[in-house]
Design a protein around this ligand. Structure first.
Ligand code: DLL
Length: 432
């Protein structure tokens, strides 16, 4: 089912007219009321933006802008109109703060209702929502959208995995929402508890909030016996609900009547055509509290404007293959954690629990990959571990073209996360 046929299936021309109208109105408003934009858009007249091709005339905004105006300086409405604040922690410094008016909360719920419809949710479904509740947007984001659609929401939040399994069994959850790494954790704990998670009524998962790959999808679908759908979003744009996969599972439909996507070359800022990978940029045209102009997400993906067999006409984004700031440069070679993940997941002898550690010995970078061995294999074939280790190392080496030290770890020895997994530990001190 499609939640909002009018807005999700309109013709390209009709959508562009809507986007441009909304964009002009948003630009006029932020320029008038947010000092940051008054300055940034000094040379831009909203009427000059006559089509989406004119979008590139607008300047970019970044996370640093939000940090500089921390916490509320980029809000475009008075605090009396702000009914909710969320924030995202980030790895360094102060959090990024985002706000919502009552209408923004409504709009957010709409985008999530679209998302859940994309994976086949209907009234009567029971949504096991294991995204964290709190300042993180995952929990409450899915929650309100689920209620708007009319499914029964279980506000589980993250953690206490054994109890999650029990509730899943007893309450008859049919839909699961959590990070892909937590989905695998649920499968693992179910196995330990002697519960056949595949036999439970859960049939689909809305998984996101961290990068994952097609091979990880296969693994999750196999181990949980569900269809795993990618959902994408970021707090600055709204939270989850920015884009979602439909039953075709070939790219995530962007809610582009609200969030206009572009993919740019991260070095030159030039807009790239469909199919080319670059940095994803969003302009939020309908949000009241925090509309953003050409916000650079740092996420790397490509766009596809071809019509989708599902009937939606919104453009689709590929899986996120990495982040511009996540890319490790190891001995001068660009390394994306996703490349390593793909190799690891292709080995049935390994578990998809891993950590990448980069360190510097003297002047030389060292890349270590710690990965768990599957419990059965570990027990039966201790003598063959060295062969396995060198096969994995060779395979990673052939993909990355640099040497790597693979460390096979015992089952259960790599820390599990209940939210976003921490895959990379960079111990290098770049200030030295
Ligand atoms: O993670 C919002 C969210 C919640 C999305 C629940 C999906 C489900 P932030 O904490 O602000 O917001 O983190 C945003 O997470 O820029 C991406 O780098 C990453 N991310 C989110 N979804 C995906 C995904 C939420 N499906 C940052 N694939 C983004 C890859 C994702 N990366």
């Amino acid at each position: 089912m499609i939640w909002d046929v009018r807005n999700e299936c309109m013709s390209a021309d009709e959508r562009e007219a809507l986007q441009v109208r909304r964009l002009q109105a948003m630009l006029g408003r932020v320029k008038a009321v947010v000092p940051f934009y008054t300055k940034l858009l000094a040379d831009v007249e909203p009427q000059d933006i006559k089509s989406l091709d004119d979008l590139h005339k607008l300047p970019f905004t970044t996370k640093d802008d939000l940090r500089n105006y921390y916490p509320y300086g980029m809000f475009a409405v008075p605090m009396e109109d702000v009914v909710r604040v969320h924030s995202s922690s980030g790895t360094t410094g102060k959090p990024t703060v985002v706000g919502y008016t009552r209408n923004d909360i409504r709009l957010w719920a709409e985008t999530i209702a679209r998302t859940l419809c994309g994976l086949g949710a209907v009234r009567g479904d029971i949504l096991h929502n294991a995204y964290g509740y709190g300042m993180f947007t995952g929990g409450l984001g899915l929650h309100y959208g689920g209620e708007l659609l009319g499914v029964t929401v279980l506000p589980m939040s993250g953690g206490n995995t054994k109890r999650q399994i029990m509730i899943m069994q007893d309450f008859g959850s049919t839909l699961l929402s959590c990070t892909p790494s937590y989905a695998l954790r649920l499968a693992e704990v179910a196995e330990e508890e002697g519960v056949d998670i595949r036999a439970l009524p859960v049939r689909s998962g809305s998984l996101g909030a961290e990068p994952w790959s097609e091979s990880m999808r296969e693994e999750i679908e196999e181990r949980l016996g569900i269809k795993a759908y990618n959902i994408y979003g970021l707090s600055e744009v709204i939270g989850p609900g920015v884009s979602f996969e439909c039953e075709v599972q070939d790219g995530a439909h962007v809610n582009e009547d609200h969030f206009i996507p572009e993919v740019i070359d991260p070095d030159t800022g030039e807009v790239l055509p469909d199919g080319e990978y670059g940095e994803l940029v969003f302009t939020c045209v309908t949000k009241e509290c925090l509309p953003l102009v050409r916000y650079r997400t740092r996420d790397i993906c490509s766009l596809n404007h071809e019509p989708c067999p599902c009937g939606r006409t919104t453009c689709r984004m590929s899986m996120v293959t990495g982040r511009t700031d996540d890319m490790l440069i190891v001995r001068g070679v660009n390394v994306f954690p996703s490349q390593i993940e793909q190799v690891l997941v292709s080995f049935p002898e390994l578990e998809p629990h891993y950590q990448i550690v980069v360190d510097r010995a003297g002047t030389l970078d060292e890349l270590e990959v710690h990965v768990e061995v599957a419990p059965d294999y570990f027990a039966d074939r201790v003598g063959e571990l060295e062969t396995l280790r060198s096969r994995v190392a060779e395979e990673i080496q052939s993909v990355l073209d640099i040497s790597v030290d693979v460390r096979l770890a015992e089952p259960q020895s790599i820390a599990r996360s209940e939210g976003k997994a921490q895959r990379v530990i960079d111990k290098r001190d770049f200030n030295k």
